[in-house]
Design a binder for this molecule. Structure first.
Ligand SMILES: [Cu+2]
Length: 244
């Protein structure tokens, strides 16, 4: 059994014989089921857009089952008015800690979009998954996807053998390759720079006012002195209480 069929069998055990059969018969098509990530940085929160651009050999799509790679435990699928979306949850062999230190004992195994009305061939639908990427730069995550159609199904589960050109594959599983962390995960950089900008602005009003004669500076100095006075007074107050 060839490598990717073994991979299909291992990755897509619940997929059944139909998927394996479809793999062998698949003709090449213009655009495949793919995933476009909004970000690939290790540890980043990203939106992965799953694109389904055609049917199964012309047959309308009725369901898209996205298998989550083991490196990802939590995912927030975006609702789509044309589909019912469900998640299958499975128990973790060993509990792990999430990014916030909370212990988690189960993970999302698959996300399933079931069409309310079949998606005709020649039309495209896309599904957004919100998740945090693992902190594993250089790793390629594999998302086996089963596209179920009115007639048959297409198993996008093939993984290239070592050195094999993925273009050669008939039904490649969409992948996302993790890149180096940018230090801006969680959008921290944006917030920080926003806070810095605020801070600089706060600190520099005096400068601004200096341009117009520097009265504010004095006000701040006075305020400072006042506060200091209160503190000294307060300390004295506390001391006086203790001795009396
Ligand atoms: Cu295709």
């Amino acid at each position: 059994m060839s490598h990717h069929l073994r991979t299909a069998a291992r990755l897509g055990a619940p997929l059944g014989a139909a998927a394996l059969l479809t793999l062998g018969l698949a003709g090449s098509a213009s655009a495949h089921v793919t995933i476009t990530p909004s970000d690939t940085a290790a540890g980043a929160y990203a939106i992965l857009t799953v694109s389904n651009p055609h049917g199964c050999e012309g047959s309308p799509t009725t369901k898209v089952t996205i298998q989550m790679p083991e490196e990802i435990n939590a995912v927030t699928p975006t609702r789509n008015p044309l589909y019912d979306v469900t998640k299958t949850v499975e128990k973790l062999d060993t509990p792990v800690k999430d990014a916030h230190g909370n212990e988690i004992t189960e993970r999302v195994g698959t996300v399933v979009y079931t069409a309310k009305t079949p998606l005709l061939d020649g039309y495209r639908d896309a599904f957004d998954l919100s998740l945090q990427l693992p902190d594993t730069p250089g790793e390629t995550l594999v998302f086996p996807i089963i596209q179920t159609c009115e007639t048959g199904e297409s198993a996008w589960v093939e993984v290239p053998a070592e050195g094999q050109d993925p273009e050669e594959l008939e039904r490649p599983a969409p992948t996302v390759t993790i890149t180096e962390a940018t230090g801006d995960e969680h959008g921290a950089g944006a917030e920080e720079s926003a806070a810095e900008a605020d801070g600089a602005e706060a600190a520099s009003p005096a400068a601004d006012s200096d341009d117009d004669g520097g009265s504010d500076g004095l006000a701040y100095a006075g305020l400072g002195a006042g506060v200091l006075g209160i503190l000294v007074g307060g300390a004295a107050l506390a001391r006086g209480r203790r001795t009396s």
